[in-house]
Design a protein around this ligand. Structure first.
Ligand code: FDA
Length: 306
């Protein structure tokens, strides 16, 4: 119930105004968000990669409704990728991209064109792009964009959300040579008709999907903080005799940072998803929906500041 309410709030302009103007401590938002500027993103990326971690940078913003806003997102990504090109980070720091931030919700062809421009800039920076997966209503559109992009940019990463009833089928289709596939549980509100809604069912689906990806020929990117699922991933890697270079773990910036380092120290590839920018509301509220204890932390901060 609380999760659904928070996910509803994450898409409500009314709540957005309340939360954005609440005198909440910067520290609360900063726990999950790397900062507002490209300089902040580069600083955090440098610190994480110095510790042997990999990074996927996300410019915050989603659900844009006109071509100018979409164009501004593209410009920001290109600028970020030009900054990355001036470093020796290469594929250690890639970008994650939300199709809804580049026009998907009103013009799929424009979103594809915009994604191509970002992939071109990523290629010049010797790195890659992963297309985030958003609301269940956009899954088919995102997969169409992905398949078109992969004709010219075969290293474009896909995302499968385990909570979708079709997730296992998507994994089977995507588990081919060279195919980078991030598996996550899924962070949006979705009805019972298309998605599993209970935690156990979602976790079981995650395991089934992982089995398909780890047995397949692609490059699985296992995005979870769940200790049980991380352990199962390790066991599947042993079962399929996978070299640690043939798959990676992914976690969000600010969540289980010690576990990120522990896995990396054991020789695993671990990529941290680093979101930055001033459009933090939707991303932040989805993190609140994932964990009630975060909500307590957030509410206490609002209460003590007001
Ligand atoms: P779950 O939420 O069940 O948590 C398991 C454990 O992890 C908890 O018990 C706790 O210990 C820890 N934990 C989890 N979330 C926490 C939090 N917010 N604060 C503190 N501790 C927490 N979703 C999507 O729909 N589309 C996408 O493209 C992506 N992309 C993506 C990239 C990466 C790198 C990650 C890690 C996640 C995503 N997600 C996503 C989000 C994903 O779908 C999911 O909502 C979160 O990862 C939380 O799910 P867990 O698998 O961590 O399990």
């Amino acid at each position: 119930m609380l999760r659904q309410a928070l996910l509803f709030a994450s898409r409500s302009d009314g709540f957005r105004k309340i939360v954005e103007t609440a005198p909440l401590s910067r520290d609360v938002v900063r726990r999950f968000i790397a900062g507002e500027t490209i300089d902040d993103a580069m600083r955090v990326t440098g610190a994480l990669t110095d510790e042997g971690l990999l990074v996927s940078l996300d410019v915050l913003g989603e659900d844009v409704h006109d071509a100018d806003q979409a164009g501004a997102t593209v410009k920001h990504y290109v600028e970020l990728l030009e900054r990355l090109a001036g470093t020796d980070l290469g594929p250690r720091a890639e970008v994650s991209l939300k199709p809804s931030a580049i026009g998907q919700n009103f013009d799929e062809a424009l979103a594809l064109e915009n994604a191509r421009r970002i992939c071109t800039a990523a290629r010049s920076a010797s790195t890659t792009v992963t297309l985030d997966m958003e609301d269940h209503e956009q899954v088919d559109s995102t997969l169409r964009i992905l398949h078109e992009l992969r004709r010219d940019f075969p290293d474009t990463g896909a995302v499968v959300q385990a909570y979708l009833r079709r997730a296992e089928e998507h994994c089977a289709e995507l588990a081919y040579e060279g195919s980078r596939v991030r598996l996550c549980k899924g962070a949006y509100a979705a009805p019972d008709r298309v998605a599993f809604t209970g935690k156990t069912e979602i976790d079981k689906s995650f395991v089934r999907c992982m089995k398909v990806l780890m047995a397949g020929k692609g490059y699985p990117m296992l995005a979870t903080h769940d200790p049980r699922l991380v352990d199962i991933a390790g066991a599947l890697a042993v079962l399929h005799d996978r070299d640690p270079n043939t798959f990676e773990y992914q976690m969000l910036y600010g969540i289980r940072p010690q576990e990120q380092r522990r896995l990396a120290e054991q020789g695993a590839k671990v990529r941290v998803y680093v979101a930055y920018g001033d459009e933090w509301y939707g991303y932040f509220m989805r993190r609140m929906a994932e964990r009630p204890s975060n909500l307590g932390f957030f509410m206490r901060s609002v209460a003590t500041k007001s």
